[in-house]
Design a protein around this ligand. Structure first.
Ligand code: NAD
Length: 299
């Protein structure tokens, strides 16, 4: 029979991911600072413990799915962190989207304890997490990739090896920067066309058969009523929060600064998403930038 797998962080994404590991027959030992988050997987048979150190005491393969860099630092290196009790040879996989330099620090700290750390952030939202169709971008020692893949394929349709530790985060941050740029471009374009008298559905149809077409125009259109089954049709509820997008754009900015890489549109996009957070959009889907632009427009 399969040995226990540790899972730390049972939020919007961690919950369905842990459920898919259970479905594939992996016994789970889990923890979350917010006890309510543990209820559903506990009812499905997962063992719940008090803190990450206790998870590491029992499991030699652990997945973490936490909001941001400070939470990851706490869960790995804090007073009740994984590294306090980690077993030699353990495989530690972090699927949170965080700063790649923090992934590198965690890998060095893990190595000192005889364990292996890999970064494996995901693309695809809560829907893809539930249906086991996530894409994992994996960074770390290539000889450990097969062992990581055994777990990640239970939760994802694509598991891609990117290179040394931190490169999974790099791929994730680059994708989200382009996604945000494309979303704002689509939103301002749709708004201009509407104000010029074009019917929104017709404008979207023309863009999608022309060279302006992108994911934000053809699968996640930000204009209410253009498409069904997307957050714009549901008052921008669900989906991928503006606050999380602002965090990812901030990470892209940090890495661009550190490597002296010009990212002018990435910078502007970051500022726009930060302004939205301050104006009540933090928990709305990131496509609500269309609504934000409508509020900003001149009368
Ligand atoms: P979330 O806030 O819903 O879940 C995070 C969980 O971690 C929470 O349950 C929280 O209580 C727990 N946690 C925080 N600190 C902890 C600690 N010290 N010890 C134990 N548990 C702790 O976030 P989410 O939407 O599940 O996202 C997780 C990560 O995945 C983020 O980095 C996010 O950017 C990324 N991501 C999210 C989506 C999405 O659509 N939601 C898509 C792709 C990637």
């Amino acid at each position: 029979s399969k040995t226990q797998v540790g899972f730390i962080g049972l939020g919007n994404m961690g919950n369905p991911m842990a459920k898919n590991l259970l479905k594939h027959g992996f016994p789970i030992i889990a923890t979350d600072v917010f006890p309510e988050s543990c209820k559903e997987v506990q009812e499905l048979g997962a063992q719940i413990v008090d803190n990450p150190a206790e998870v590491a005491d029992k499991a030699d393969r652990i997945i973490t799915m936490l909001p941001s860099s400070p939470n990851v630092i706490d869960v790995y290196t804090g007073p009740n962190g994984i590294l306090k009790k980690v077993k030699k040879g353990s495989l530690l996989i972090d699927s949170s989207t965080i700063d790649p330099s923090v992934s590198k620090e965690m890998a060095i700290a893990a190595e000192k304890m005889g364990a292996v750390f890999m970064d494996a952030p995901v693309s695809g939202g809560v829907g893809a997490a539930s249906s086991g169709k996530l894409t994992f971008m994996v960074g770390g020692a290539e000889e450990e990739f097969t062992a990581a893949k055994e777990l990640l394929t239970c939760m994802g349709a694509n598991v891609v090896y990117c290179g040394h530790v931190g490169t999974g985060q790099a791929a994730k941050i680059c994708n989200n920067m382009l996604l945000a740029i494309g979303m704002i471009g689509t939103s301002e374009t749709m708004n201009l066309g509407i104000r010029l008298g074009l019917e929104p559905k017709l404008l979207a149809k023309i863009l999608n058969m022309s060279s302006g077409r992108c994911w934000s125009s053809d699968t996640y259109n930000p204009v209410p009523g253009v498409m069904e089954g997307v957050p714009s049709g549901n008052n921008y509820q669900g989906g991928f929060g503006t606050q999380l997008m602002a965090k990812d754009l901030g990470l892209a900015q940090n890495t661009a600064t550190n490597t002296r890489t010009p990212v002018p549109l990435g910078s502007l996009t970051h500022q726009i998403y930060r302004m939205m957070c301050a104006r009540g959009y933090a928990n709305k889907d990131f496509s609500s930038v269309f609504q934000f632009l409508r509020e900003e427009e001149g009368q």
